[in-house]
Ligand binder design. Structure first.
Ligand SMILES: *[C@@H]1O[C@H](CO)[C@@H](O)[C@H](O)[C@H]1NC(C)=O
Ligand SMILES: *[C@@H]1O[C@H](CO)[C@@H](O)[C@H](O)[C@H]1NC(C)=O
Ligand SMILES: *[C@@H]1O[C@H](CO)[C@@H](O)[C@H](O)[C@H]1NC(C)=O
Ligand SMILES: *[C@@H]1O[C@H](CO)[C@@H](O)[C@H](O)[C@H]1NC(C)=O
Ligand SMILES: *[C@@H]1O[C@H](CO)[C@@H](O)[C@H](O)[C@H]1NC(C)=O
Ligand SMILES: *[C@@H]1O[C@H](CO)[C@@H](O)[C@H](O)[C@H]1NC(C)=O
Ligand SMILES: *[C@@H]1O[C@H](CO)[C@@H](O)[C@H](O)[C@H]1NC(C)=O
Ligand SMILES: *[C@@H]1O[C@H](CO)[C@@H](O)[C@H](O)[C@H]1NC(C)=O
Length: 864
């Protein structure tokens, strides 16, 4: 018996020993990684799983092969706020091929000893604070296929040694402070490169060497703002796999190499903007008339389309603006099947927009050129068009009736052409923000349908030959600009238009009359006609109101009857936290007494739970008629997004007609309230903390939460403040609950929606992170200026974005927009925040920073 148990013990020991010996390599790997960990600063203890008690392959960010014993092939520690030294012990992991330390706070020079990690295939140190020069020893990492050092502060010349990394496929050195020239032989051996990014290194100063043409496999070449000058070399045409070519914002001069269009046949995106390139745009074969006319009648070829045509079919973006190009604009471009963006403004192109344009264009900017001819009917049929601006050209003739038909249309600028005839009615373009037709020869009336465009903000019809009255309905728009000067308008000017704008917007119309104008209206103009009209309107309004009240009463009675009848089992409720109450009890509490306001989606009530805690109840119309199960899934997704800066969604109740969302309540109210309150005074430190928290909350929704969520309705009223003024973002992703259609219309009906929603919202594209970033930018502007997003009573622009933009154009304007309630000692930081806010609210979504960048900048600001 004893023997047997001894034997058993021995056996156990033996097996223990053997497992420990078989894992000996991984235990020494453990030691190596722990040495690495010990030299790091890990402020949020991300690496707490890195301990002897956890099996190595379960450590955060460590991936092992399935071999026995397992070996580590990848260490991936992105976005963990790590800093400190990068210990060379890593390089002793014999099979480490993948090292990613991107998005941390490493503030070192590039560690020399990393060159000992010769097994590395992938090295990503992007988005840190690395400084110093790129050492020659980098050449020892000869197996590397991807090297990403972008977004650091690395300086000095690009070392020739880089050129010996012959296996590289991806090389990203963008957004650093490299200087000096690009040595031609750098590129000789890099023939496997697929992506090369040297963009945003404005301190470089170099010609583009001929040798760039030897990178035969290159698909992405990004060199915007890299200090390039001189000509674009002919050899560039050798890059026949290239898909994205960006050489914008340099000092490139001279003509493009002949054949530029044809040979880069796989191009998806071409950006040569903001250089000094001149001469005609070559490549008649690809972009020119001949081939495209052929391509439109493809049936000619009975199936065998010539290769050259196929080659051009992928182009989506064509940007050559702000150069000195001249000659005929490559007209075939207008018919390439995927082209969405054409930007050629500020050149001297001539030519016409062909009647054959029939592609899904979204953005056309050809201002300040010498285009001529009429605007083709075909243009109005493109229902994806979001922006069409062709000001300062020689376009003539009438506007086609359908010119404003695209439902996505947001910006149209045809000012300073020679257009004539009347302005067509604007019926479909409900998302139009800006309409500029100034400096033409339009005649007839101002279309009254303008008054029905809910987000229209800029109207410039000055210097035409328009006549008749200014439509009274325009008073209902929230305009920031309304310039009708120098026309032949007459009659009474609607009161809010004289009060809200400088008189210069109306000048040059001798027959306009009204208060504040040189000419007073006589009786005929105010006239019996308008008085009876007024009477009719008044009577109609009363009749309408009575009918409405009767109807509302009817519905109320019906609803009460329905409520009495409705069984409690029709109501389902789900609580994500213990609330100790039933859904029915909550429903019963929804009376006038508990009502504390109204949001865009319905009434909001306050309720005290039996334990004394307050909760907020938001009533949403259940318009989407989602099944209970589906809806539960959606709301669960929202409720599971938990973060310090997000308001807690505690649960919900569901009945056929209504959904009740239950949120935590915060006594301090919303940021919107706080900013307009005379009692609560937020100093800059607190405002900065609110901005940072909000940005972190958004970054969590966009980047960390799975599935990633968009807020879609961020504004100061949706940022609640807790006891310590920490922000709690609420009303996240309600589109998922009420459905897209109902979401859109609720948001649009809101008072100040036009001021918080990104302008491209009108575009056909779906909601994006950049739209959230825009809304965040508006909140940041509110924090900086102390002004609400929309200021109705203001005689200046009602919209804080427009107001700020208008002000900062003046001398010392930036200082003037800062909230005067904040002490001048914070001025420096506020100006930095202002710069960030302006980037977030830039009109073009691609110019806005990503939310992570916003967080980083605000963190830097907060700690300074
Ligand atoms: C990086 O470290 C240096 C020296 O330790 C310090 O002066 C500098 O402020 C740091 N930079 C950042 C952005 O933290
Ligand atoms: C490096 O990491 C960053 C941050 O995660 C990522 O965006 C980038 O694509 C990575 N670079 C490469 C070459 O994979
Ligand atoms: C390119 O490769 C050749 C042969 O492998 C080598 O001699 C040369 O030094 C390399 N050039 C560069 C710039 O590294
Ligand atoms: C172009 O060259 C001029 C003069 O050398 C310089 O001042 C300017 O910064 C350069 N512009 C760009 C975009 O590199
Ligand atoms: C028009 O384009 C030219 C370049 O062709 C540029 O110099 C000029 O500043 C532009 N004008 C306006 C008003 O943008
Ligand atoms: C419209 O074009 C004119 C002339 O190029 C320009 O001055 C004006 O700023 C543009 N308006 C808008 C709203 O873009
Ligand atoms: C209004 O239009 C007139 C005539 O085109 C112009 O002179 C004036 O600058 C415009 N005002 C504004 C603010 O755009
Ligand atoms: C405007 O219309 C009037 C009357 O129809 C005409 O005499 C005048 O020439 C027109 N002006 C312009 C600039 O078209």
């Amino acid at each position: 018996m004893v023997m047997a148990s001894n034997f058993l013990l021995f056996f156990l020991l033996l097996s223990l020993l053997s497992t420990s010996s078989s894992s000996s390599s991984s235990s020494s790997d453990k030691d190596l990684l722990l040495t690495f960990k010990s030299s790091l600063t890990d402020p949020i203890s991300s690496l707490s799983s890195w301990s002897h008690s956890t099996p190595l392959c379960n450590w955060l960010g460590v991936s092992c092969s399935k071999l026995s014993p397992p070996t580590i092939f990848s260490v991936d520690l992105q976005s963990l706020k790590l800093s400190g030294d990068i210990s060379p012990s890593l390089c002793q992991l014999s099979s480490l091929s993948h090292l990613n330390l991107a998005h941390n706070l490493f503030n070192n020079s590039i560690p020399l000893h990393l060159s000992q990690c010769t097994s590395l295939l992938y090295l990503n140190l992007s988005n840190n604070l690395l400084w110093g020069t790129l050492p020659d020893q980098i050449s020892q990492l000869s197996s590397l296929t991807a090297l990403d050092l972008s977004n650091n502060h690395i300086e000095g010349q690009l070392p020739l040694a880089l050129g010996s990394l012959g296996s590289l496929q991806v090389l990203n050195l963008g957004t650093n402070v490299f200087s000096g020239t690009l040595h031609p032989s750098l590129f000789n051996n890099l023939s496997g490169l697929v992506q090369l990014d040297l963009s945003q290194n404005p301190s470089m100063s170099s010609v583009l060497p001929d040798e760039i043409g030897s990178l035969k496999k290159l698909k992405w070449l990004l060199m915007q703002s890299s200090g390039l000058y001189g000509n674009i070399p002919d050899s560039l045409l050798g890059l026949d796999q290239i898909e994205v070519l960006d050489l914008s914002q340099n000092n490139l001069t001279g003509k493009l190499p002949p054949g530029f269009g044809l040979e880069l046949g796989k191009l998806v995106s071409l950006d040569l903007s903001q250089n000094k390139l001149s001469g005609p745009f070559p490549g008649d074969v690809c972009y020119g008339k001949a081939l495209v006319e052929v391509s439109l009648s493809q049936n000619f070829f009975a199936g065998s389309v010539p290769k050259a045509i196929e080659q051009c079919l992928s182009l989506e973006r064509f940007e050559v603006h702000s150069n000195e190009f001249s000659g005929e604009f490559p007209s075939g471009l207008w018919s390439l099947p995927k082209v969405r963006v054409i930007r050629a403004e500020n050149n001297q192109f001539s030519g016409e927009i062909p009647e054959s344009v029939a592609v899904p264009l979204e953005q056309v900017q050809i201002d300040n050129n010498s285009f001529s001819g009429k605007i083709p009917l075909a243009l109005g049929k493109i229902n994806t068009m979001y922006r069409f601006s062709a000001s300062r050209n020689g376009l003539y003739g009438n506007l086609p009736d359908n010119i404003f038909d695209s439902p996505a249309l947001s910006i149209i600028n045809l000012s300073r052409n020679s257009l004539s005839g009347s302005i067509p009615e604007l019926k479909n373009c409900k998302r139009l923000v800006s309409l500029s037709l100034a400096g033409n020869s339009f005649t007839g009336n101002i279309p009254s349908s303008l008054a029905e465009l809910p987000v229209l903000t800029y109207i410039d019809l000055s210097s035409n030959n328009l006549s008749g009255e200014i439509p009274q309905g325009l008073q209902n728009l929230k305009l920031a600009l309304f310039n009708v000067s120098f026309n032949q308008l007459s009659g009474l000017v609607p009161a809010s238009l004289t009060a809200g704008f400088p008189a210069s917007f109306l000048q040059g119309n001798p027959d306009l009359c009204g208060p504040g104008l040189p000419k007073q209206c006589n009786d005929r103009e105010k006239g019996p006609r308008s008085r009876t009209k007024g009477l009719i309107i008044a009577l109609a309004t009363i009749a309408f109101a009575v009918a409405f009240i009767l109807l509302a009463f009817g519905i109320f009675v019906a609803y009460r009857l329905y409520q009495r009848k409705s069984c409690s089992s029709c109501l389902k409720s789900v609580f994500f936290y213990p609330l100790k109450i039933t859904g029915d009890e909550l429903m019963m509490s929804l009376d006038e007494k508990s009502n504390i306001g109204r949001g865009p989606f319905g009434k909001v009530h306050l309720f005290q739970l039996p334990n004394g805690q307050f909760v907020v109840l938001k009533r949403l119309v259940n318009s989407q008629s989602l099944s209970y199960k589906k809806l539960k899934g959606e709301i669960k997704t929202l409720a599971k997004a938990r973060h310090k800066s997000l308001a807690k969604l505690l649960g919900f109740c569901y009945s056929e007609g209504e959904i009740l969302l239950i949120y935590e309540y915060y006594h301090k109210g919303s940021l919107g309230d706080a900013l307009s309150s005379s009692i609560i005074k937020l100093n800059w430190k607190v405002r900065c903390q609110i901005a940072l928290g909000t940005a972190r909350g958004l970054a969590y929704l966009h980047k960390d939460y799975v599935p990633s969520l968009l807020h879609r309705n961020l504004k100061s009223n949706n940022i609640l403040l807790d006891e310590d003024f920490e922000p709690k973002v609420t009303d996240i992703g309600l589109d998922r609950v009420v459905g897209e259609t109902s979401f859109q219309s609720s948001i649009a009906s809101e008072l100040n929606s036009c001021c918080i929603i990104a302008p491209e919202h009108g575009c056909s594209e779906k909601a994006t992170e950049q739209m959230d970033v825009y809304s965040f930018g508006v909140v940041l502007l509110e924090l900086i200026t102390g002004r609400k997003a929309e200021q109705q009573e203001s005689s200046e622009a009602p919209d804080v974005v427009k107001w700020v933009r208008r002000k900062i154009n003046m001398t010392n304007g930036s200082l003037q927009v800062l909230d005067a309630k904040i002490s001048a000692s914070s001025q420096e930081e506020m100006l930095q925040a202002l710069e960030l806010a302006l980037r977030c609210t830039s009109l073009m979504p691609e110019n806005r920073p990503m939310i992570e960048e916003v967080v980083r900048l605000l963190e830097a600001l907060n700690s300074s």
